[in-house]
Write a protein that binds this ligand. Sequence first.
Ligand code: DGL
Length: 270
Amino acid sequence: MDSRAIGVFDSGLGGLTTVKKLLECLPGENIVYLGDTGRVPYGSRSKETIIKYAGQDAEFLAGFDIKAMVVACNTVCSVAYDALAANYEIPVYEVVSAPAKAAVEKTKNGRVGVIGTAATIRSNAYRAAILKLRPDLQVCSTPCPLFVPMAENGRTDSADIAALTIAGDYLYELRKANVDTLILGCTHYPLLRGVIAKVMGPEVALVDSGAETAKMVADDLLKRDMLCPGGTAAGAIKYFVTDNIDGFSALASRFLASEVSGMVEQVEIE
Ligand code: DGL
């Protein structure tokens, strides 16, 4: 048993969709969340910049004596995970391999789609993770750069014409490729699930990277006997952001799909 907190970070608030799933699996855990809201998005930046930012994010969290870290950002996991994880002795979880495995298990026609930021798609991390498990599958990937600002700005309603038009354009090739399973390879994208589902159609299974990762983290911490003692009592969450906290609660509650309780503080991590 280990009552220390789990550290979770993302470039912005997208990682809160992973926190939401973590809390569903592990309601008693204490969480320290860092959203690098002052520098989001990472997905359009160079590999060198993403590595530098991710290193600063991880160091900030490591200062809290956490028992494990979840890198709730597909962009960071796709380009910087190995170097980052090597710096820590605690378990550092990434958000790519669990959804890749889930998609491999779900597909029936052998065609898997992946959407993510430009950096995630350029890295080919998902393609490699899927083909490692099933080299015979067809993987069709496409970047959706506007999805992150749409999620952060609340343009996520499945009746929003602008959102549907943008999604229709981004997802056109994937529909043409007849994928039956689509990985939402960015922790911001679950907010757009309704829009994406409407464009892709009901026969396409959507795989949420945060949800799959949360299950993996819960299983692994249980195996290591590192869960928090204390039964079902709700754990505490501390939020840190690198930009102004105005409007944080309203925005964060959309990503968490519940009211935000717990402290929020603006910090300097550079
Ligand atoms: N939420 C991040 C991810 O999962 C992307 C957001 C960004 O571009 O910073 O990739």
